[in-house]
Design a binder for this molecule. Structure first.
Ligand SMILES: C[S@@+](CCC(N)C(=O)[O-])C[C@H]1O[C@@H](n2cnc3c(N)ncnc32)[C@H](O)[C@@H]1O
Length: 438
């Protein structure tokens, strides 16, 4: 059982009534407030999930009944590319806007405009969205430079870092929207842009228009279903030609628990930058630490070319127990000082055989481990420094999020390091890095 308080204040009551009027159905659940997780959805009664179907019952190909429908939201209630005209009738030339801007940018423009329109038909929905102040506390995009610089490297180091890419995307959208004559202030537009960022679902119809769109442009905002918080293993959300349906992903959901959906397989750094929260490490099976910034820095252009040619350039990570295979590939390439030199052909061939599993890589193992231990040490030093600086910040959620995230990263450094030791507790010995590189 989870402690929660039903969110039954006026704006939520009005929104529930509005939802019913739009044909949105919700059964045995209520919007509720949870300690440390804000607003979400709680079950008020047990809910039956999929089970082996009895004779005569509707069943799927596996012979299972679907389970109870927790929520259904019809297409007409969604903010989609098709419904844009209904949502914001005076936005402008819809075809041109949808052609020139990303879906994210157009939805944000429509929302920024309609937030000022007291007669908007979707107003009861907009009223239950978080306030700008709530975004300020949680979303790193809105933090000041000093606070942003205390985020882990995967959020801020390099062009592909999560926050860096998000900032570029926002700036690009904002500039384009302004160039098209919209006179939103940065504050107005960033709020609407974050609403889209944190509340959209993947949405793709089986139409030619959608076939031509990039995956990033296939999105919709869905009233009521956007009340569900994220977990790495949540209820099932399915899109049909009629709309979105949420059903249980397990045999049964007990009463008085928080129900979740899954926003994707995301690390905590990603969740923090894109959604403004993190999960406890043990509750996020997708948590990992990206170490591109360290590894890319240590590779020569020639080594990078070799890695790129094999599809192994970038996206190096470790999780609670180990480094990924891509990291192994990169560090093993690092050991070949001049891979294009004919005298290193044998070593490059051996490296390629390692990539396809024809070499066990034992010969280089100790040198690789030495490098990786050095890398963990660098991350630990950065983590302790950032932790100390975050601890000096004013009390509040920025400080809480930064301390919590660094604590998790430092614990992952410890745990992966422990796994690199022999069962006896001794570190493995072998040829060291310096003697290996040639
Ligand atoms: C689609 S809304 C989910 C419902 C909701 N909390 C709301 O604001 O209406 C997404 C936002 O909810 C919050 N959130 C989602 N999952 C969470 C979780 N497991 N723990 C804490 N906050 C969460 C984050 O602020 C995120 O940006």
């Amino acid at each position: 059982m989870t402690t929660y308080h039903p969110a039954n204040d006026e704006k939520h009551q009005l929104f529930l009534a509005w939802s019913r009027a739009q044909g949105i159905t919700f059964n045995k659940i209520t919007p509720a407030r949870f300690p440390n997780a804000g607003l979400g959805i709680a079950s008020t009664e047990p809910i039956e999930g999929p089970r082996r179907a009895k004779k005569g019952e509707n069943k799927n190909r596996m012979g299972f009944s679907e389970g109870e429908t927790i929520t259904f939201a019809p297409k007409a209630a969604l903010l989609t590319r098709e419904n844009l005209k209904l949502f914001s009738p005076t936005l402008g030339n819809f075809n041109a806007l949808l052609k020139e801007l990303s879906t994210h940018a157009v939805f944000a423009a429509a929302i920024a405009k309609e937030l000022k329109n007291k007669g908007n038909a979707w107003r009861p929905w907009m009223k239950v969205w978080p306030s700008p102040e709530e975004y300020q506390d949680g979303m790193p995009l809105l933090w000041n430079k000093e606070q942003q610089e205390l985020l882990p490297p995967s959020a801020i180091c390099g062009e592909s870092a999560i926050l860096e890419s998000q900032m570029q995307k926002f700036e690009g959208d904002f500039q384009k929207v302004r160039a098209l004559g919209f006179e939103f202030s940065r504050d107005e537009y960033v709020y609407a842009w974050l609403v889209v960022n944190t509340r959209s679902l993947f949405y793709k119809l089986d139409t030619q228009d959608y076939k031509e769109l990039s995956k990033e442009d296939c999105m919709a905002l869905c009233p009521f279903i956007d009340y569900f918080n994220h977990s790495d293993d949540g209820c099932k959300v399915e899109l049909s030609p009629a709309g979105y349906t949420v059903t249980p992903n397990v045999d049964s959901l007990p009463a008085s628990t928080q129900l979740f959906v899954t926003y994707g397989c995301h690390s905590n750094d990603f969740l923090l930058c894109e959604y403004g929260f993190i999960l406890p490490t043990q509750s996020n099976k997708w948590d990992e630490v990206n170490i591109d910034t360290f590894i890319l820095h240590d590779l020569t252009p020639d080594q990078k070319r070799h890695l790129d040619a094999e599809g192994f350039l970038g996206n190096y990570i470790f999780d609670r127990s180990t480094f990924c295979f891509r990291t192994q590939a990169a560090v093993r390439m690092m050991l070949i000082k001049d891979p294009s030199s004919p005298r290193n052909k044998v070593r490059v061939d051996r490296w390629q055989r390692y990539l396809i599993g024809q070499e066990d890589g034992e010969r280089e193992r100790a040198a690789v481990e030495e490098y990786l231990k050095g890398l963990l040490e660098k991350l630990r030093t950065r983590g302790r420094e950032a932790w100390g600086q975050a601890d000096d910040l004013e009390e509040g959620s920025v400080k809480r999020l930064l301390l919590m995230r660094w604590q998790q990263v430092l614990a992952m450094v410890e745990s992966v390091e422990a796994d690199m030791k022999d069962e006896s507790g001794e570190e493995r010995v072998g040829r060291n890095l310096a003697s290996y590189i040639m």
